[in-house]
Design a protein around this ligand. Structure first.
Ligand SMILES: Cc1ncc(COP(=O)(O)O)c(C=O)c1O
Length: 402
């Protein structure tokens, strides 16, 4: 039996006029983009129009931003880690981020000026890989810890970047508390975490900013196709830094006229959905067990929650079958459409759009969204097959049918 899709319209009162949207001012957006452009690994990732699938689903257009091509690292996450490390290095050098580039990372003078640093973080795989990659380029160390159940393939990818990596017998949020203490007790330690708490806000805010390069590219790519803006955006959330970033980018450009955004979570770790129901930010505990490893976070990041609470239109909570469906659909597309290899945390939004359009059990949600043949829908496949064994198990062997 398939677990039904749960959803709620955002009826929380808007508390602040701009709040964290200041992170995405014109000036900030330009600096973030220019920083990433300085990397030789930088290329825009493809925005794929699944024309035939759109017709089959009865929507005007489904556009999928394929982040499996990002920096050769198979996920968008490196954008946040590199930007945060870049901002940190800029701060240590007494410079503005606009004076920092990839070359600054490689320059021996940078290391001489900042001395030894060990970057610490907790990750399901993708964020830690990005932080380890950035540390490696800087000639610095990284200590990466992963929650219980993390896959061998994801551990190996991080180790390949020269990191000290271990899987802990803790869930994501509890592992963060332990690693924050490790970083604090190391005189050279710097925690690069994608969630915040009182007194630890600056680095997470840089990570949230860094992800906006995805939005900037997608926005430009749509405009180059003659589409002024999408009507709908579906954003998957773990701690919510990614969703908050994309939402923040579009809200700062379009204001009240922003596309309709929906935050999509794994039902086992649906802290945003539950917070929206409760009208205040609340955590979800337990083992957060879902195949969507990147979304297995029980505590929402406060910075992005501020943006989502004030701007997102809907919050939804879905179980694993939705992403398995999305992975299969993107991996075996309609004839004439481009194939997208999308991992467990990447495909959930495409799977959701298809489930909304094809199953009348979701009619109320579909109508509330006003999702129809004139809708232009943007989703981000945030990762490729970051766990290739699990990917094949789902797409080839039919694991997770319901
Ligand atoms: C592939 C993928 N997609 C989405 C997310 C969710 O990002 P966030 O935790 O910022 O909400 C993650 C987080 O690790 C991820 O790895």
């Amino acid at each position: 039996m398939r677990e039904p899709i749960q959803w709620i319209k955002n009826e929380m009162p808007r508390e602040v006029a701009a709040g964290m949207l200041a992170l995405f001012s014109d000036d900030q957006r330009a600096k973030i983009r220019n920083f990433h452009r300085s990397f030789p690994q930088y290329n825009e990732t493809p925005l794929v129009h699944l024309k035939n699938l759109s017709e089959q689903l009865g929507i005007g257009g489904l556009y999928v931003k394929d982040e499996s091509f990002r920096f050769g690292l198979n996920s968008f996450k490196v954008l946040g880690g590199t930007y945060a490390v870049g901002r940190y290095v800029a701060q240590r050098l007494g410079k503005d981020i606009s004076q920092i580039s990839y070359d600054t990372f490689l320059a021996p003078e940078t290391k001489e000026a900042v001395g030894e640093i060990t970057f610490y973080t907790v990750t399901d795989g993708n964020h830690g890989r990005g932080v380890a990659w950035a540390a490696n380029k800087l000639g610095q160390k990284s200590v990466i810890r992963m929650p219980h159940g993390s896959s061998e393939a994801r551990v190996a990818n991080i180790r390949a970047e020269g990191a000290d990596v271990q899987v802990m017998d803790l869930n994501y949020d509890d592992a963060i508390r332990v690693v924050a203490r490790m970083a604090e007790s190391d005189p050279n330690g710097v925690l690069v975490q994608d969630t915040d708490w009182v007194g630890y806000e600056q680095i997470p805010s840089w990570i949230v900013q860094g992800y906006s390069t995805v939005a900037a590219e997608a926005h430009e790519q749509l405009q180059s196709l003659g589409i002024w803006k999408p009507t709908h955006i579906f954003l998957q959330a773990g701690v919510g830094a990614f969703a908050g970033s994309i939402q923040g980018y579009f809200a700062s450009i379009y204001g009240e006229d922003c596309p309709t955004t929906t935050v999509v979570e794994a039902s086992a770790a649906n802290c945003h959905y539950r917070s929206a129901l409760a009208g205040r930010r609340i955590p979800v505990g337990g083992d957060l067990s879902t195949i969507m490893a990147g979304l297995a976070c029980g505590e929402a990041c406060g910075i992005s929650w501020d943006i989502l609470k004030n701007n997102a239109k809907f919050f939804t909570s879905v179980s694993d079958w939705v992403t398995a469906y999305g992975m299969r659909m993107l991996g075996a597309p309609c004839k004439g459409d481009t194939r997208i290899i999308s991992g467990e945390s990447g495909a959930v939004t495409a799977g959701l759009v298809a489930a909304l359009m094809t199953d009348d059990a979701n009619k109320d949600f579909r109508e509330a969204l006003n999702l129809n043949e004139s809708s232009i829908v943007l989703v981000v496949s945030t990762e490729g097959d970051t766990d290739p064994v699990r990917y094949k198990d789902i797409v080839w062997n039919g694991y997770c049918p319901s």
